[in-house]
Design a protein around this ligand. Structure first.
Ligand code: ARG
Length: 591
């Protein structure tokens, strides 16, 4: 069947409807007008709808249903959809099966599966993970690492130039304690065997000692001052700490399949801080207060929106950002301001997204406001997230009350996945089984994270995230494996692109409907940084596939139905794999 007006692969059905609607509005109103079309929440009302008639009728004080009818009379929907009026004047669109078929055929030829390159020509810096050196990476950092990596992949797929920057905390007061510990209680053999663990051990011992003993505290402060003043011995030790910590972190990133373009930690900006503070003073953005240099409100905002004010019992009071302490030391805020300037000047970033927990919200509001006063413009977003809770719904801790370490969580995930795989496939061989366990275990942890609304606290439940028949990565991976196995039964390779697609059964139409939605969904993920919408979509796609596969015989059907259905299978597998890939999750060949 030939369809007129086949949408270009780059144009989604939604965009196609919108452009046809705009043409009809121009004819109806005698002037250019555009209106948005959205997917309906309930398929009983069709696939898409618009409230254009209601909005325009209100402006023009005419009857919305009558206007809707006029618009429909001018709508050229040939081959694409039917339209009808509902309720007070909604226009509902029902996409024709042949249009879904044409769309599926187009997607089979499109490397991007219908996802438009909305980010072309724009640079985004994504600041994520950013653990603190010589402190263990805990499960809180897992959220930043996993969400940040997913955002990198999504933005890249949308055509953005993405710079993934790991702004590690490699310069801070913790080094006073580490230096003191290094000089007094370092176990060199332990450092060789597991450097991060040994650094954490000395940090903990000194931290406890300093809390109870002002002499130890003073010694730590002295070590820190020497480091900041460039003492060669302390600098050498500091460099060694960074070196071994980075190596330990890299191992975790390798396990997680996460990578960065840069690791410009806090220390990278050290020699820009003094000049920055001078400039802020000179330009009147900051001023002295009790010996410290602070940024105060400039009164240009409503108090509610002013990050340099806070509401206390007796009204609004100052809540300044300190950029230099009275003792001359610089702060987290100073470094972040230098960092923003660098990213704009050097990388010409249009967007900077910071994937950092909710407790730092005020910090980022202050930084963004201060940057604006400094004349720096760009789209700066704090992509915040909540906490991870243990099964008891309290902050996740080990039995001894320590923070749970990320490396332990990942090791346990892989171990548990290995046990499940060994049970299901006792014949699978060592190397292959281990690799699949890694893909499944890590995938499960990532998906459990990414299928949540990032702002809510989420409860970490092993059995739930590894279930083969739940809302899990293993379920999606298993679905893709199942589709692959269909193709393994064929005698000859199947050319999906050459197949003619016809959709007759409801299950086929629904599957193709979801295929078409992929390209509409992916750009929306960045509107409010919600990879969970993609996670939910993939679950829906997998469920739609299983319903289709149950209702519609594939290999046992006669041609041309057989090829049409095989092509639907192939497209489903591609979208599942690509979608999981955007979440940083791989699909095994077998499982
Ligand atoms: N190192 C910080 C922490 O662990 C996170 C840094 C986030 N990035 C930034 N540019 N401030 O809390």
């Amino acid at each position: 069947m030939k369809v007129t007006g086949i949408p270009m692969p780059a144009m989604t059905l939604l965009q196609n409807l919108e452009s046809r609607l705009a043409a009809a509005l121009a004819l109806t109103l005698g002037e250019a007008a555009s209106a948005t079309v959205t997917a309906t929440a309930d398929l009983r009302f069709g696939d898409y709808q618009t409230n254009a008639a209601m909005v325009l009728a209100k402006q023009r004080k005419t009857n919305p249903r009558a206007l809707a009818q006029e618009i429909i009379d001018h709508l050229a929907l040939d081959g694409l959809a039917t339209a009808d009026i509902a309720g007070p004047g909604f226009i509902n669109f029902r996409i024709l099966p042949q249009a879904y078929a044409a769309r599926a055929a187009a997607l089979l030829h499109d490397e991007k599966l219908g996802v438009p390159s909305v980010g072309a020509g724009q640079t985004v810096v994504i600041d994520f993970s950013a653990p603190n050196v010589a402190k263990p990476m805990h499960v809180g950092h897992i959220r930043s690492t996993i969400i940040g990596d997913a955002l990198c992949r999504i933005a890249r797929f949308l055509g953005f130039k993405v710079i993934a920057d790991n702004h590690i905390g490699d310069w801070g007061t913790q080094f006073g304690m580490i230096l003191h510990g290094w000089k007094t209680l370092l176990d060199h053999a332990a450092l060789d065997a597991d450097p991060i663990a040994e650094l954490v051990r000395i940090y903990r011992v000194v931290n406890t000692a300093a809390r109870n003993d002002s002499v130890v505290l003073a010694m730590c402060k002295n070590e820190l001052l020497k480091l900041q003043a460039g003492d060669p011995e302390n600098l050498t030790i500091w460099r060694q700490c960074i070196e071994v910590s980075k190596r330990g972190l890299q191992k975790i990133y390798d396990t997680l399949d996460v990578s960065f373009d840069y690791w410009l930690g806090e220390s990278y900006y050290n020699d820009r801080l003094a000049g920055l503070v001078d400039e802020f003073l000179e330009k009147g953005i900051a001023r002295e207060s009790n010996g410290a240099i602070c940024i105060f409100s400039d009164g240009s905002n409503n108090p509610q929106d002013d990050p340099f004010l806070v509401h206390k019992e007796d009204g609004w009071t100052d809540n300044p950002a300190i950029i230099r302490k009275a003792d001359g030391g610089f702060l987290y805020a100073t470094t972040d301001l230098a960092t923003i300037r660098f990213r704009i000047d050097t990388w010409h970033a249009d967007h900077i997204w910071y994937v950092v927990g909710t407790p730092q919200q005020l910090h980022f509001r202050q930084i963004f406001a201060a940057a604006a006063r400094w004349g720096i413009t760009g789209d700066f977003q704090h992509v915040a997230f909540g906490s991870i809770l243990g099964e008891d719904r309290k902050l996740m801790k080990t039995r001894t009350g320590d923070n749970v370490q990320l490396s332990d969580v990942l090791a346990e995930a892989v171990e548990r996945a290995a046990a499940i795989i060994a049970e299901k496939n006792p014949d699978m061989q060592g190397g292959e089984a281990a690799e699949i366990a890694r893909i499944v275990g890590i995938g499960a942890v990532k998906f459990a994270e990414l299928s949540q609304n990032r702002l809510t606290d989420y409860v970490f439940v092993w059995d739930r995230m590894l279930a083969l028949h739940g809302d899990t990565a293993p379920y999606l991976q298993y679905s893709s494996v199942r589709i692959r196995s269909i193709f393994r039964k064929l005698d000859a390779p199947f050319d999906a692109g050459a197949a003619e697609i016809t959709l007759n059964e409801e299950e086929e139409i629904h599957l193709a409907r979801l295929h078409a939605r992929f390209g509409e969904l992916v750009p929306v993920l960045l509107d409010d940084f919600r990879p969970n919408l993609l996670a939910n979509y993939l679950l829906e796609l997998a469920r739609a596939f299983h319903s289709f596969f149950e209702a519609c015989p594939v290999l046992k059907s006669d041609e041309p139905v057989r090829s049409s259905r095989l092509a639907l299978c192939a497209l489903t597998a591609r979208i599942l794999t690509a979608g999981l890939g955007l979440l940083g999750i791989r699909c095994p060949e077998r499982m």
